[in-house]
Write a protein that binds this ligand. Sequence first.
Ligand code: ATP
Ligand code: MG
Length: 762
Amino acid sequence: MEHLQDLNSRQREAVTSTEGRIRVIAGAGTGKTKALTYRYAYLVNEVGIDPANILCLTFTNKAAQEMRQRISTFVHSGDYNDFVCTIDGFCVKMLRRDIYRLGFPKNFKILDEEDAKSLAKSCMDELGIKRTEKTVKDFLAGISAAKDLTDYIDTYMLPGSKPSSDYLPTAPGKQAADPKALLPAPSVACYIGRQMKEYALDFDDIENFAKYILDHFEDVREYWQGQLNYIMVDEAQDCNADNWEIIEKLAARHHNLFVVGDPDQCIYEWRGARPARFVEFASDKDIVLDENYRSTPKILDIANCVISNNKNRIPKTLFTRRDEGVAVIHFHGKSEKEEAEWIASQIEKLHGEGAELSDFAVLYRSSYLSGGIEQELLSRHLAYTIWGGTRFFERKEIKDALGYLRLVADSGDDLAFRRIINVPSRGLGKKFLSDLEAEAGTMEIEGVRASRPLFTTLKESGRLSKIRGAEAFIEIIEACRQIAEEHSISDLMNIVLDKSGLKKMYREDQDEDRLENIDELVKSIRFYEESHEGLEVSLAEYLQDIALYTNADFKKETRTVKLMTIHQAKGLEFPYVFITGLSEGIFPSMRTVREYKKNGEEEERRLMYVAVTRAERALYLTESEGYNQSTKMNKYPSRFLAEIKRSMLVTEGNISEELWRGTRNLIHVLDEENYGLAIGRGTSAGSPAGNEFADGDGFASERAEYSSPFRIGGGAAHKIFGKGVIVSASKDWSSFLVRFTDGTERQLRASFLTPLIDDLPE
Ligand code: ATP
Ligand code: MG
């Protein structure tokens, strides 16, 4: 294959070692993903393997989409397939084929986070659980824990199983880390009962169902094991135990498993990633790559320097033959605004000198940090796109529009029906819905499955279907169903938007944002269709697929600056990278360091390593001083900046030595607390935090004490009153009662206090 000339000898070895268990273990930017892509092409073009026999797993849909595009440049059109996907994506494909064995229809639904929340809320209402007793999030966490620990599929979800509400056995070999986190059986029964009614799976179920089917149906297992002659996994360091189980099971017949990863880039341990499985992988051959092709030496020096501070790692250093490049800049701003202004001005300048806007990425630890930068970019008319934030597919207007498609695809989709029956308003309010529900009945002949779908009930109802709004609604759905048979999904979407009155409603409201978003939705469907060209994708399949997507997925690259969290930047590269908000407490996140101690700190440092190694040509590290509302503390430069040799950075902006001292102080406070000498408050071990943690939304608001540098019983100094001991904290940890050495006690705001470490006042 002529393209093999593009690779170095070790990459070529990785590509041509097609048989057996092969592991590529290598640092960032060394061409792991490139080797994996070429290997796919090699298998097809040189070895003659049918793409239907290759499974290629990536970590995000975005990565899968990019890989499919890259592969399509080597492999004849039509000769690559849909098995280039995420593991969840693959499980869904598997379930489409085999889920009928568990009594579910092929077009089962997938609940996204918002759907799951609405199911949880209705269960809580039914069971009389008050939100003050338990939040919806806790309820769902309980469901998730119960699903992890019990044989819930056998107990509740198989045909004929009766969702008894008093039996919830723990599966053999499983034990709850925190039994209190488990929900009482009636809650689980209620939630699953509702899921069953809609034939809906939540995210936990997808992999669990796939595993269940592989375990229990020998013919299915043999089918997939026979089908998938070659399996390749990118970013294997972030696979969790379930992922590994599925992958190993699928590879058990042909044993051709190619795994690629970098333990220094494991950033999902808080969500169950098992990097040890990758490190201990029983391989027939290991290939190590150490030449980085992505970044300049100056950027790589920073990356090597940062990661060398982690103790728990296998030492490795990257080198590159690229030109020296420009200096890495550390910018210190006097305020967040100044930091944001500086970033925007650099982008403006470089753009003026010819750089494309799409060459820039601004990365941050937590999504709430994007606001200031957005404002500055807006004021300079620099176009940008945010990946993450409110997920595109979870926005109201998007869910409403898709609600119509869901009902068109499946008239039994009651969640969709409820969502759209009165959007736009057709005068069909609560009374109408409760009449309709009464008519649909709750025929619990065999469990809950017997009740009639609302839309069918409506069509067949003599009285209700004659109400003007209802009549119109039925007509729209039925007409669209006809249209769906002859038109593409994107055309259908356009027609739905017109016929339903959604577009008109937003136009009348002059709601430009929503109008733009629904246009974007149509574009994204077109893009989806393009990237699945030649594969017949049904409406139901499209709907299943998008339930897995996030904002970042299925949007075409445009000429805009990219703003995203570091987690979302995984595997990607950009010529110019800004890492912002490099302040102690923000990055590393104080909460992670407090909750997970050394492991937390090391995972944060790997995140920093991932961020630095995204940069190709230039890297900018920025932070600012002042009070941070979210962490409720004054800002000091991040320890990750402090760990970089000063000679490796050019510093811009005026940073005082006092700020660096503040950093050292904070590190001491945490070290003392984590590794002895802790006074007063303990830390909660608990289970890994939920999704909000990676994106950082609400990171400080829930448990402010985690992100505060102060602690009860610890020392604090005030400019005027001198030194004192903290007696108590306000509820949100934004102010403290301090007892000063003269015996006075004063309640003072955190921003007026400095934490003391060594010298507790007498
Ligand atoms: P990460 O760990 O960040 O996922 P990676 O190891 O997967 O990185 P790639 O994304 O495959 O690295 O490659 C990094 C960059 O180096 C890409 O732009 C790629 O095209 C380029 N590259 C990889 N191998 C070579 C090579 N042999 N010659 C020239 N360029 C290469
Ligand atoms: Mg990669």
